[in-house]
Design a binder for this molecule. Structure first.
Ligand SMILES: [Zn+2]
Length: 412
């Protein structure tokens, strides 16, 4: 069966102020790694150019006035840049900016998983990796937020439901930040099970508490696993096995979408709380092991129908390794691209037995059949970290000179 890589060079043209972590080089390095490994020529891989999401498709989760605001801000940036050598940038939300081409890029970032869903529903592909930016999971109905303009995964879930009549879509979000936007959009919608494992409050965006679990008919279809800083694969793995797997088993999704953010990697400054604690401690090999669990759930529940959509990950090697590793796994490969290797040890212990027990209780997963997955052998995992190595390529390009930054106040 076939795996699609959905990517468009327009994603490089969404510009941000100098020093902003969500920068075009994230895409450049990611596609650069995939090319350097000669994986574009892999058997079973097709490249798809994303279509733009339509206004009506975006409007299933976003306010129309907000969509117009983004378009207008992009036009404003284009007008201000015309006839000059600098690219003007306009702020549209907290930490979130647009340039002349950002609206087009954001429409295609939201359209990428729709392109994948169409190809999947026609039987042309089994699974897909959407290598996109801007990311999406913080964007709420009426505002940009946390580097995100449109909520790519949420638009996709609604498209699968509205256009193809799906009744159960599972969204798995392992970005280190809680996907507050995705949660909000489906908080009262029982057709979408939103599972997020993230660094808990007061870490950004401070939502995603364990007791936030949906409302009305959707009670129980939001599952939040907030973790303390310093959690590594050995903490994530039992959460996937003891909470995600039985919840997926009960929900029986027809399609799985993944908000694939790699910022829980141990090298990520973004997951630093500033509290003199480390951030999260997953390695790229650890992400591969989590993906393995997800792939198995997809095989068991929905004939492998799985679409991964890129979210965070700001260290260029981390995000490029994460994207290429995920693509490799969707293609059936097992190796992780992991030049940084395992996380350094920490001096304190994290025990999540109480959290797992509590989550299993409030989500009525107790008594649910525990999956027969073997416990991880951490020592073996460490020895296994011998994926293809890659030297940093392409060389980090100089960011276009941005001399001024027109900042509008947050319109939200
Ligand atoms: Zn993130």
């Amino acid at each position: 069966m076939t795996t699609a890589l959905v990517y468009d060079p327009i994603f490089l043209e969404h510009l941000v102020p100098k020093g902003h972590p969500e920068r075009p080089q994230r895409m450049e390095m990611s596609i650069g790694y995939i090319k350097a490994l000669n994986w574009l020529e892999r058997e079973g891989l097709v490249q798809l150019a994303p279509r733009a999401a339509s206004i009506d498709e975006l409007a299933t989760v976003h306010d129309r006035a907000y969509i117009q605001e983004v378009e207008a801000a992009s036009q404003e940036a284009a007008a201000a840049s015309a006839g000059t050598t600098t690219q003007q940038i306009v702020q549209v939300g907290t930490d979130t900016y647009v340039s002349a081409k950002s609206y087009e890029a954001a429409l295609k970032a939201a359209g990428a998983p729709l392109t994948a869903i169409d190809a999947m529903m026609k039987g042309q592909i089994k699974n897909a990796y959407c290598l996109v930016r801007p990311p999406g999971h913080h964007a709420v109905a009426e505002a940009a937020f946390g580097f995100c303009i449109f909520n790519n995964v949420a638009v996709a879930a609604r498209y699968a439901i509205d256009h193809y009549g799906l009744e159960r879509v599972l969204i798995i979000d392992y970005d280190v930040h809680h996907g507050n936007g995705t949660q909000e959009m489906f908080y009262d919608d029982p057709r979408v099970l939103y599972f997020s494992v993230h660094q808990g409050a007061p870490f950004f965006p401070s939502t995603g508490h364990a007791h936030e679990r949906g409302t009305g008919a959707a009670e129980g279809t939001t599952i939040n696993v907030p973790l303390p800083a310093g959690a590594g694969f050995e903490i994530y793995e039992p959460i996937f096995r003891q909470i995600l797997a039985p919840a997926a088993d009960r929900f029986h999704p027809q399609l799985i979408l993944v908000s694939a953010g790699y910022d829980a990697h141990w090298k990520e400054a973004q997951s630093d709380t500033g509290l003199e604690l480390p951030g999260m401690r997953i390695s790229n090999a650890g992400f591969a092991k989590l993906n393995e669990i997800i792939l198995k759930i997809a095989d068991e529940q929905c004939d492998g129908r799985l679409i991964m959509v890129q979210e965070g990950g700001y260290d260029l090697d981390v995000v490029a390794s994460g994207a290429s590793t995920s693509l490799n796994q969707l293609l059936g490969g097992e190796e992780a691209v992991d030049s940084y290797g395992p996380a350094p040890d920490i001096t304190y212990q994290i025990n999540t037995d109480v959290l797992i027990g509590e989550l299993r209780r409030i989500h009525h997963l107790t008594g649910y059949r525990m999956r027969n997955r073997p416990k991880p052998d951490i020592e073996q995992l460490r020895r296994e970290i011998k994926g293809p190595t890659i030297t940093k390529t392409p060389a980090e390009p100089a960011q276009e000179e941005i001399t001024s930054c027109q900042q509008e106040q947050d319109k939200a």
